[in-house]
Design a protein around this ligand. Structure first.
Ligand code: GLN
Length: 309
């Protein structure tokens, strides 16, 4: 069996001279305050082995990685009817693009672009006040990670609320097509808050473990979703999890993954492990530059790519 600690130590050492590369997201002002040289990585295997390196215990803004958790919740609440509201195809466009929405009459391409995640927030809101829906999301993530310390960073949520012009445009556009059931302010309140969840790499790796282990978390014994649903969420992460960089991520890393503009990536090696990496500098698609590289090095060394050795 591979010595995972030795592998992550080597990745960390190799990337250390490059820390700070890429561009930290600053369109959400609060995110611009992060130290661009931070780097953390954590792996939790389905057998319960845990390894970490660097800043793996420092919380960061998980941003769009949270869309995996809200999709899982929406599927739990609405089942297959979720797909009446959001598609399952890669968009080939930027995460915050509005262009396809007009042609497709307010039905976003997939649940991981902003428009799609806003539609998912609308589904999670069903039967709830925004405060209750946000509470449900936080409780769900705490349950997944088995860690009650996980919380939303209110300064990030506020910062995004104050500057989220694009997201307001997307939500208003969808509402104009009758594709949101709740007021835009409520839907975006939920969306901004789940994007502002702060988690460490270790917490994130633990919370994604159910996807690596056929829907059940082997650390807690909790069955989160069916095998079929876990497989399908992984498929969406592989095809859509990195926006218009999804093809490149599949080519280089070969794992289902979801990125966030905070610089985090959650990657799933089915049957093997859940991996989280954090490095704030982003590439031109808004995905962590060194985070992607770290995962590429990991799969090259472990043979964990879903496409073969
Ligand atoms: N909260 C961010 C936004 O809406 C999420 C984007 C991301 O992480 N790619 O712009």
């Amino acid at each position: 069996m591979a010595d995972l600690q030795a592998i992550v130590d080597e990745i960390h050492e190799k990337l250390t001279p490059r820390l700070g590369e890429g561009k930290v997201a600053d369109y959400i002002p609060q995110l611009a305050h992060v130290d661009p040289k931070k780097f953390g990585m954590a792996i939790v295997t389905v057998d319960g082995e845990m390894v970490k390196v660097g800043d793996a215990d420092l919380p960061f803004s998980i941003q769009s990685i949270s869309k995996v958790f809200t999709l899982t919740l929406a599927l739990g609440k609405h089942g297959e009817t979720t797909w009446n509201r959001v598609g399952r195809e890669p968009s080939g466009s930027a995460f915050n693009s509005i262009v396809q929405l007009e042609h497709e009459e307010g039905k976003p391409r997939n649940p991981f672009i902003n428009a799609g995640a806003i539609a998912v927030s609308d589904l999670v809101l069903a039967g709830h006040t925004p405060r209750e829906a946000i509470g449900e999301i936080v409780r769900f993530v705490r349950y997944l990670a088995d860690d009650d310390a996980i919380a939303i960073d209110p300064a990030v949520a506020k910062s995004e609320q104050a500057t989220g012009y694009r997201n307001f445009a997307l939500a208003n556009f969808m509402r104009s097509f009758g594709k949101l059931d709740h007021p835009v302010e409520h839907v975006l309140g939920v969306y901004f808050h789940h994007c502002a969840l702060a988690m460490t790499c270790m917490q994130l790796a633990r919370s994604g473990l159910f996807l690596a282990a056929s829907g059940s978390n082997p650390l807690t014994g909790h069955t989160v979703v069916s095998k079929q649903r876990a497989r399908r969420i992984n498929a969406l992460m592989l095809t859509c999890g990195h926006y218009d960089g999804s093809g490149d991520f599949a080519y280089r890393v070969g794992l289902p993954g979801k990125s966030g503009v905070g610089g985090g990536i959650l990657a799933v090696a089915p049957g093997r492990a859940s991996v989280a990496v954090w490095s704030p500098g982003l590439n031109h698609n808004g995905n962590s530059l060194l985070g992607s590289l770290a995962l590429e090095m990991l799969t090259a060394r472990t043979g964990w790519s879903v496409f073969g050795l």
